[in-house]
Design a protein around this ligand. Structure first.
Ligand code: SER
Length: 337
């Protein structure tokens, strides 16, 4: 039985991933600053209340447990990060560093490779202006890597840290620490989940519309109607992480992959929400800072490498995400008819 460590279980991706890993018979150890919600606590073999930026706390987990794979989800998102960039850098970068170091030491001691799966983000991109954004459309992994938020900067830094730890860590040292960590990473688009409402993200207008509509609440959208970025159903996002972790190593040609669900404007998400919740009312009340962040994110990403290397293909397009996944589940959640 494989043992997985998941950090940041109470966040957007944690819930979906835990349920799927549990169904696949993984033993799950979790770490978070918040206690797990009832809905997922039954799936955990062990929970550590731990701030990953605290090195001693991270080391304690690795003293107690041995891991085959780490899913490092804990992160402060793009809007939240701008409220306290120093804290975001500490949690996002130092936290990742602590985990990479502890995992490398464990792998060295046990002479066993540990997989390290890291969700990065479209926030790693930074398009210079709207003209370029509409011209370029599908961005490739190595283009426009000039993020403007501390979240995007820390994601890009951690992508490179993971690659460094797996290939060149302490390259002048006397012990060979290479190939102990098998680091694999995806850049997620905005995510849409019926179970969790993200906190502190900038793609949050998507899920916030859906949850407001389902609860019979009005909504003020903080970006322009025509703002377009890629999104993905949370069910697909959990599959992405598991599929990437299980992909044969010799098939992987990169350490970071774009993954794509569908690219839609804020207005298209509004119309789709209204189709299922006809009383839903929304107005646009633009927040210039959050708009600026979204304007630097690509309209779409080129995920052909993921398709080719590990057969990535989303199960849900825009219509199916709403009709077959979000709407039935969210109606159940809020007891809406
Ligand atoms: N959902 C993230 C955010 O909005 C982007 O990956 O910050």
């Amino acid at each position: 039985m494989l043992q997985a460590l998941i950090t940041g279980i109470s966040g957007e991706v944690g819930h979906g991933l835990i349920k799927k890993l549990h169904a696949q018979k993984y033993k799950i150890v979790a770490a978070d600053i918040k206690d797990p919600e009832k809905e997922i606590s039954g799936f955990l073999d062990k929970f550590y209340k731990c701030d990953i930026s605290n090195k001693n706390g991270v080391e304690k987990i690795f003293e107690d447990q041995k891991f085959d794979v780490i899913f490092h989800l804990a992160s402060i998102l793009s809007t939240g990060g701008e409220k306290n960039p120093e804290l975001a850098a500490k949690v996002n970068i130092e936290g990742t560093l602590n985990l990479l170091e502890a995992a490398t030491n464990q792998a060295l001691k046990d002479k066993k490779i540990i997989k390290f799966i890291f969700p990065s983000s479209i926030a790693a991109y930074g398009l210079p202006d709207l003209k370029e954004k509409s011209k370029i459309k599908k961005v490739k992994e190595d283009q426009f890597l000039s993020p403007i938020t501390i979240y995007g900067i820390s994601k890009l830094a951690c992508e490179n840290l993971g690659n460094y730890f797996s290939k060149n860590y302490k390259l002048l040292g006397d012990i060979n620490r290479n190939n102990l960590i098998d680091f694999r990473c995806v850049r997620f688009p905005g995510l849409l989940s019926p179970d969790t409402i993200p906190s502190g993200g900038t793609s949050d207008y998507g899920p916030e519309m859906l949850h407001a509509g389902a609860q019979g609440k009005d909504y003020e959208c903080f970006v322009r109607a025509k703002s377009k970025i890629p999104f993905m159903a949370m069910a697909d996002a959990a599959d992405v992480l598991i599929d990437l972790s299980e992909a044969p190593k010799n098939k992987l040609t990169r350490f970071v992959y774009n993954v794509h669900g569908f690219s839609v404007t804020a207005e298209e998400i509004y119309r789709m929400t209204k189709k299922f919740f006809p009383k839903f009312k929304m107005i646009y009340k633009i927040n210039p800072e959050r708009q600026r962040i979204v304007d630097t994110w690509p309209e779409d990403v080129d995920d052909s490498a993921a398709q080719k290397d590990w057969d990535w293909k989303p199960q849900y397009d825009f219509g199916k995400t709403f009709s077959e996944y979000l709407i039935p589940k969210i109606k159940e959640r809020y007891h809406t008819r």
